[in-house]
Design a protein around this ligand. Structure first.
Ligand SMILES: [Cu+2]
Length: 649
């Protein structure tokens, strides 16, 4: 695996100078060109070797037209390619046309390929399985309808069946139900209602009605069919006993905003065949779930909105990896907001950082803490500042993972709040009674900040906006952030690096590549620059080369095993053994909505030999969950090798 080739420093310097000379001449004759000349000076400055050594370098990736997609999800596969999932890409027309997109990008040769995408994975959850496949579950079954656009009152209709005889009853799409006042409502999809169950209870036979939920829309437009309180509805066409045993119940039929509805399909994306392979469905429909692997290799799906846009009231579920199917997990009932920021800790507990993507209650489920998923107990972690601004914040397990420190960064007020925070706090989860303590402030308040663990034990933070979806902040119409900075956990400081040139807010991602660079994608502003028209999804891609790539020759890994067992030693050959200072296993990112439960950097104990490095993989699965990792050897100047892929078993 070779690092991406770039123009040499000398070549860049020459072209920068040439531009300066030409524009300098033009500026004398024509004043407006001065602005362009200023840009050339900037281009010249950021390309200076000394600047790059301390600030790194951003460069735009040229993406062929056919492969420009709305990057909602991004994951680095162990083949070295980046999986970019758009699904319908938050585009209603694409959703209605069933045009769902996934693209693979290979950073070694800048090649793109299209992947067939069977259902709308927009806003699914995902995490890597021990064998390196990416489990992708949930997504979008229906798009939201804003309150102003709801012409027909609608709501969830629970169809009841009180008869234990006659088996399940099927009602086709379009079946009409009628209110006491005669208003008609049609169901949006077919529904199967199970028969009632007979149960013996205290010597008596009790009948428990069968029931199933379905969405129903009023036939007539306007407010007439609105029913604000619980009511019963008769099903058209039923007579006799059927009419008595079968009926609908709705909590409310309203013209309120209709939220996105979750999907229940689930896939394993195979990096080798580059195909989605369907698994058993989720037991609950989920939009905005977080998926997280446990120490045993199974996966939990946590939170999300159901098919009717209601937040799941604490129903989580478990993926049995060996059986490739989902099962309900009533033993793990616990309520979280959507896309909760979860991190697997060394002892197998799951830390909920408090980061989330909102929906549901603005108070319930917002307390950070350690979740014991064996016993379903939860130990709150207190001390977080600006706790009401956890929505759209991000959190990261700081490198190395052995330190068991999680940092939470930025975030904003609930919903479309214009408030946001520059706060970072750090929880040391190895302490007996862990609590958040203050970290250094970000340069500017930030929502949707991307945080990327780098192989030299630092964290790049980039993108985000101060306002909601890049919009209004403190009187300014646009609020994308272009400043990027690197966090140094040892010194607990942020150091500024070069500015990015593309703003990224909601629906944006940044992930570490095997060659040590960071790719940044996406951005979904609510409004355009004028603040009056709808925004356009940011499809341009920019790549950051951190300062360590400009500090001299990179160490090389020339040999080593493709798989290692936890707790075991492994030997990697390198001609640069004398200057290797550290070895790190970095688990590749799988990120959406700045939620990335996968990325982590694990320190390996290191013994140098004349021609290589002997490393030992830690024993705890909570520290090094099974799966594929990038092995980086890092030299005494902090310069990482290109990674070598290793499967940890
Ligand atoms: Cu979203």
């Amino acid at each position: 695996m070779k690092p991406h080739t770039r123009p040499s420093a000398a070549r860049r310097l020459t072209s920068g100078l040439a531009a300066l000379v030409v524009l300098g001449g033009a500026a004398v004759a024509n004043r407006p060109v001065i602005a362009v000349a200023g840009e050339a000076v900037h281009t010249f400055r950021v390309n200076l070797q000394e600047y790059k050594q301390t600030h790194g370098l951003w460069s735009r990736l040229s993406v062929p037209r056919d492969f420009k997609v709305n990057a909602i999800h991004a994951a680095l596969l162990h083949t070295g390619k980046v999986l970019i999932i758009a699904g319908s890409g938050n585009n209603r027309d694409a959703f209605e046309a069933e045009s769902f997109r996934t693209v693979l990008y290979d950073p070694r040769d800048d090649e793109f390929t299209e992947v067939e995408t069977p259902t709308d994975m927009f806003c699914a959850g995902h995490t890597f399985l021990p064998d390196g496949k990416l489990l992708v579950a949930g997504g979008t079954e229906s798009y939201e309808v804003l309150e102003a656009d709801v012409e027909h009152a609608a709501g969830v209709m629970k169809i009841k069946n009180e008869s234990p005889d006659g088996g399940p009853r099927v009602f086709p799409k379009g079946t009409t139900l009628r209110s006491a006042s005669g208003q008609a409502y049609r169901i949006r999809s077919e529904v199967t209602v199970p028969a009632a169950r007979k149960m013996f209870h205290g010597g008596k036979i009790m009948v428990h009605a069968g029931e199933a939920e379905v969405w129903a829309d009023a036939v007539a437009k306007g407010d007439q069919p609105v029913v604000p309180s619980p009511a019963q509805y008769a099903i058209d066409g039923l007579t006799g006993l059927d009419a008595r045993n079968l009926y609908g119940i709705a909590e409310k039929i309203t013209r309120e905003k209709q939220e996105y509805g979750g999907d229940k399909t689930s896939y394993e994306f195979d990096p080798v065949t580059e195909r989605y392979v369907r698994t058993g469905d989720l037991t609950d429909h989920r939009w905005y779930p977080t998926l997280i692997g446990t120490t045993g290799g199974d996966v939990l799906a946590v939170s999300g909105l159901d098919q009717f846009g209601r937040i799941l009231p604490g129903r989580n579920e478990r993926y049995l990896t060996a059986e490739r199917r989902w099962v309900a997990a009533p033993d793990l009932k616990r309520y979280f907001p959507t896309y909760p920021g979860l991190h697997l800790m060394a002892d197998g507990r799951i830390f909920y950082s408090g980061s989330n993507s909102g929906y549901g209650s603005d108070t319930e489920g917002r307390t950070p803490g350690l979740w014991n998923v064996e016993r379903n107990t939860f130990k709150p972690v207190p001390g977080l500042r600006d706790a009401p601004m956890n929505e759209t914040s991000s959190s990261v397990l700081l490198p190395p993972a052995q330190d068991q420190k999680v940092m939470i960064l930025g975030g904003g007020g609930v919903g479309e709040s214009e408030q946001s925070t520059a706060r970072t706090d750090i929880a040391d989860l190895d302490e007996k009674s862990p609590r958040y303590r203050p970290g250094p402030d970000l340069p500017k308040p930030a929502r949707y900040l991307s945080a990327v663990v780098l192989p030299d034990d630092t964290v790049l933070t980039t993108g985000g906006s101060s306002g909601y979806r890049g919009g209004v902040y403190q009187g300014r119409p646009r609020s994308d952030l272009f400043n990027a900075q690197i966090y140094h956990p040892k010194r607990e400081v942020f150091e500024a690096v070069a500015d990015s040139t593309i703003g990224r807010n909601y629906h944006s991602e940044a992930i570490l590549l095997p060659d040590g660079r960071v790719i940044t994608l996406g951005g979904d502003p609510l409004y355009d620059k004028t603040g009056e028209n709808a925004g356009t999804f940011e499809q341009r891609v920019e790549i950051f080369s951190p300062p360590y790539l400009f500090r001299g020759e990179r160490p090389e890994i020339v040999s080593g095993p493709a798989a290692v067992d936890r707790g075991q030693e492994a030997y990697f050959g390198t001609p640069d053994a004398d200057r290797i200072a550290s070895a790190r296993l970095v688990r590749p990112s799988a990120v959406t909505h700045v939620t990335d439960v996968d990325q982590r950097s694990v320190a390996l104990s290191l013994i140098r030999t004349p021609y290589g490095a002997r490393v030992t993989v830690p024993e705890k699965a909570g520290l090094v969950p099974s799966g594929w990792y990038m092995l980086f050897l890092v030299d005494d100047k902090g310069v990482p090798s290109v990674a070598r892929w290793v499967q940890v078993r």
